[in-house]
Design a protein around this ligand. Structure first.
Ligand code: NI
Length: 173
């Protein structure tokens, strides 16, 4: 496997807008597979390509953690078409170790995306899957869940965020 690692808060790649994928070639498929391996190794439920320093519009979700018959699945060029309702749920992120907080998001979304074979689907997602997809799509737009909590709550994490960013700078150099 390639030398991918999960990059952390403070790495500028996490703030970039991910590029649309024009051609789902063998590199993209390999990356999706590698991301699934990393996600499962880190016991994450989702992972977006920018989190492994690849700023392209690809994310993976481990559907097996949501549905017995589900399996790890790649979503390419996902686009939220509609959203409705509201729910509050605690989130965490592999790029923000040891930080967890309640985040308010729409409860149900309709998503247009391509699967790993390039086929376009439009599907409605709710509950945990809608939550994970929105969190990962945020990554494709350079947004982190701590951007979606109150500034007061974010202040509580300031020290921790600085520590993570300091460690990440050491990794980048
Ligand atoms: Ni995340």
């Amino acid at each position: 496997m390639s030398e991918l690692r999960v990059i952390k808060y403070g790495n500028p790649i996490l703030r970039m807008k991910a590029k649309h994928i024009e051609n789902i070639d063998s590199d993209v498929k390999q990356l999706a597979n590698d991301m699934i391996t990393i996600m499962q190794g880190e016991e994450g439920i989702g992972l977006a390509a920018p989190q492994v320093a690849q700023s392209i519009s690809l994310l993976v979700v481990d559907m097996s953690l949501i549905d017995e018959e589900g399996e790890p699945t790649a979503f390419i060029n996902p686009e939220i078409l509609t959203s409705e309702g509201e729910s509050v749920l605690e989130e965490g992120c592999l790029s923000l170790p040891d930080i967890r907080e309640d985040v308010k998001r729409p409860e149900i979304i309709t998503l247009r995306y391509q699967n790993i074979e390039g086929e376009v689907s439009e599907k409605r997602f709710d509950e945990l899957l809608a939550r994970v997809l929105q969190h990962e799509i945020d990554h494709l737009n350079g947004v982190l869940f701590v951007d979606r909590i109150s500034s007061l709550k974010k202040k509580m994490f300031n020290k921790k965020l600085k520590e993570i960013a300091t460690e990440e700078r050491v990794e980048i150099v």
